[in-house]
Design a protein around this ligand. Structure first.
Ligand code: AMP
Ligand code: MG
Length: 406
């Protein structure tokens, strides 16, 4: 535990991730599990496909006969998807077959309808260039019975729901929703609906955090209110929020100002401080602590600091609590569309936007610093300017953390 000085970004992230645990799993029905985090492995209950599946509408025949130069076949029946052929298919015979129907064992190619012709009551099929299992999706080709299809820790995307459905997994073990409370602190703050005094500010951090949390299906977020830098009120609200939630996210009041009461109040509530202040910009005064299994983030109040520190620290913590196998933020490596500069030795997370149709990323030119949420609203994510760099020239490959890829 480090309480004084600046904790490096990577040490801070490590401290966050090593101090939170996955919540317990619960059972949910297939569709209501969509978007949640899977907490069990899902395996194939039979081969996929479960039989040699015709991949085309056409005619099933023996390759050996085609290879021997035979072109005219007698049609002995028609097989639809969902039916099985019980009869025989003798020498010189073919079976009309529809996409999805099981190809009988004695036949090994399907010639598509487009390559056939009816001629004098017989079916004429084109033979050259045909190889074994043409247009047959072979039994077990996609997955063998017992194969691991979905891994514990996966987020159940619509595609994953389709896979679970196909093996009959109608009830899934998923992480229960993570309960998160959001608190804004600051004497100057009023709710968005109120008219601020000339020195007042409308709260934008809580609406940001609530909206961001709302986009995550496995989170239950609640707004605990605005606290006007009154330590006693803050203590009451935080005590209640801690009681009912897995994580509390505060904004404001963690710097060195006279009204920055958050750390002292949290310590009074026996929330153990894990680190305070990291060598990053924006967001340097960030405070992180735990109380049993619960986590508390005190994010610096400037709106861009909130956006950056939520993304870089709180989101990975939430992902770990939800049991996601890799809780780190998503990183894309893209060329810079313009030079990125800084003049401090901290790790900078600079608001940036995709350019050239997403082939490059550029810092938002108008950005005025961590209070400038207007410029930040033009961004698609953050680029990283490492501690030891003052300037990254255009075209250099930069780390880009998109806001909207979970
Ligand atoms: P603090 O971290 O409390 O020193 O706040 C830093 C700056 O962010 C100040 O200019 C605050 O007015 C501003 N700020 C703090 N909280 C909010 C909020 N909830 N919404 C908008 N701005 C805020
Ligand atoms: Mg404040």
């Amino acid at each position: 535990m480090k309480k004084t000085g600046l904790t490096s970004f990577f040490d801070a992230l490590h401290l966050v991730l090593s101090n939170v645990r996955a919540v317990e799993p619960v059972g949910r029905s297939l569709l209501s599990a969509a978007g949640f985090v899977l907490r069990e492995d899902i395996r194939a209950d039979r081969h996929l496909p479960p039989f040699h599946r015709s991949a085309m509408d056409g005619y099933a025949v023996r390759l050996s006969e085609l290879a021997a130069g035979k072109t005219l076949f007698r049609q002995v029946g028609t097989l639809e998807a969902g039916s099985a052929w019980k009869g025989k298919v003798g020498k010189g015979d073919c079976l009309k077959i529809m996409t999805g129907a099981p190809v009988p064992g004695m036949l090994d190619v399907v010639i598509q309808v487009e390559q056939s012709r009816l001629s004098g009551g017989m079916v004429e099929l084109a033979g050259p260039g045909v190889c074994k299992f043409l247009n047959i999706h072979r039994m077990g080709a996609d997955a063998k019975k017992g194969a691991l299809l979905l891994k514990k820790g996966a987020v159940l995307s619509p595609r994953n729901i389709a896979v679970a459905s196909s093996v009959g997994a109608v009830r899934l073990a998923v992480s229960r929703p993570i309960r998160v409370a959001v608190v804004s602190t600051g004497r100057e703050l009023v709710p968005a609906a109120a008219t601020p005094s000339p020195s007042g500010i409308r709260d934008s951090n809580s609406p940001f955090l609530m909206a961001r949390l709302k986009t995550i299906p496995w989170i239950n977020a609640s707004f605990a209110g605005i606290v006007k830098d009154d330590p006693r009120k803050l203590e009451t609200i935080l005590a209640a929020a801690l009681e009912k939630n897995d994580m509390v996210i505060l904004s404001g009041g963690v710097s060195m100002g006279d009204a920055d009461h958050t750390p002292a109040v949290l310590e009074r509530l026996r929330v153990k401080n894990i680190f305070h202040k990291s060598a990053i910009r924006p967001g340097k005064p960030i405070w992180f602590g735990t109380s049993g299994k619960k986590a508390v983030f005190g994010l610096p109040g400037n709106p861009v600091s909130v956006g950056a520190t939520f993304h870089e620290f709180a989101l990975p913590a939430l992902k770990k609590m939800a049991g996601i196998s890799d809780p780190h933020v998503r990183v894309l490596y893209l060329p810079l569309g313009a030079t990125a500069k800084k003049s401090h030795p901290l790790r900078e997370f600079r608001v940036a936007r995709l350019v050239d149709g997403g082939a490059a990323v550029s810092p938002v030119e108008t950005y005025q610093g961590s209070g400038d949420f207007v410029s930040a609203s033009q961004s698609d994510g953050l680029i990283v300017i490492p501690e030891d760099r003052c300037e990254m020239p255009a075209r250099e490959i930069v780390e880009f953390h998109p806001w909207d890829m979970p």
